[in-house]
Design a protein around this ligand. Structure first.
Ligand code: ATP
Length: 293
């Protein structure tokens, strides 16, 4: 068993009458790339803020590296939180941000930072306020990767990055993670792009954690069945139905649960795996319908 480095117990965060996090309980273990997924406003940023001591929970408990992260230098020295809206001092140049990274992060790797600045084609002497949006995102990515923080949060780090730069980020993250294992939490809407990268999925819906599963386990769990309605129903009897539609005379159902491929073949039902992206869409829309009902 790997040791958990984060424990969140029944964490609730309210902003006035709005409940942004609602009784969220989970653990993050040492070493792993987590995908923090969920629709707009689901509570992802709030959760990362609570875990990094930038917001206090309204109820519940958070423990990071064995302590409360709030104003805790020992804990926060091991944590990097890279967010799109990061503000820098007005006169800061790219190279000043690297100097700050060197001072802030005990595990900082200067050579790696310089290599990344080169890879992302960042102008070291340019003022940060004069960077393009994509360059600003790239700077966040450089700081987050070179920090080598044992717990690194990337909150939608790709905004403004083009496809080539995003791929560079994924490649560098994966290669560096293999050499220096740590815990990385990546909040993203680009699920298909990161589905090969993430090892564990945390899915938040309206402030509640609705999925906390290894990506491998999930891949085998959800399938689409297409065939005559009666045969589909019989095969899916013990599975959890997430979605159903009719295609001419056929029924297509997306279900979570075990379906035997041999039985499906014999019943004339086509079985197809479901991508992580489709799975998230199905789970979150099923939840929305339930909520509206
Ligand atoms: N400081 C705040 N004051 C009031 N409401 C807030 C505050 N921060 C977040 N919220 C609200 O809490 C909810 C969750 O927001 P959060 O930013 O955590 O969502 P998110 O999952 O990160 O969304 P997105 O994917 O759009 O970035 C939203 O309804 C948001 O409006």
């Amino acid at each position: 068993m790997t040791t958990p480095i984060v424990r969140a117990e029944a964490v609730t965060k309210r902003f006035g009458g709005l409940t942004a996090l609602d009784g969220v309980t989970f653990e993050l273990r040492r070493g792993g790339i987590y995908g923090l997924l969920g629709r707009n406003g689901a509570g992802k940023t709030t959760l990362m803020q609570v875990l990094t001591g930038q917001q206090l929970p309204s109820a519940g408990r958070v423990e990071v590296f064995g302590g409360d992260p709030f104003e805790n230098e020992r804990v926060l020295g091991q944590v990097a939180f890279i967010k799109e809206s990061q503000r820098y001092p007005d006169a800061f140049r790219v190279r000043d941000a690297l100097t700050a990274g060197r001072m802030l992060f005990p595990h900082w790797d200067e050579a790696f930072a310089r290599a990344l600045v080169h890879d992302f084609d960042l102008p070291a002497k340019r003022q940060i306020k004069k960077l393009s949006r994509g360059m600003l995102s790239a700077l966040g990515v450089v700081l987050g990767l070179a920090s080598r923080a044992p717990l690194t949060f990337f909150d939608e780090p790709y905004l403004g990055l083009d496809a080539v730069a995003r791929q560079l980020f994924y490649d560098r993250l994966l290669a560096d993670y293999a050499e220096f294992p740590r815990t990385v939490v990546l909040s993203t809407h680009l699920i298909d792009e990161v589905s090969d990268l993430i090892e564990h999925v945390l899915l938040i819906e309206r402030g509640r954690l609705v999925l906390d599963e290894s990506a491998d386990a999930l891949r085998g769990q959800v399938v689409t069945l297409t065939g005559p309605a009666g045969a589909v129903d019989a095969l899916a009897v013990n599975a959890d139905e997430l979605h159903r539609e009719r295609l001419g005379g056929l029924t297509r159902a997306t279900v979570r649960g075990r379906v035997e491929p041999g039985q499906a073949r014999a019943a004339g039902v086509e079985l197809q795996p479901v991508s992580l992206q489709q799975l998230v869409v199905r789970i979150t829309t099923a939840d929305t319908k339930e909520h509206a009902a």
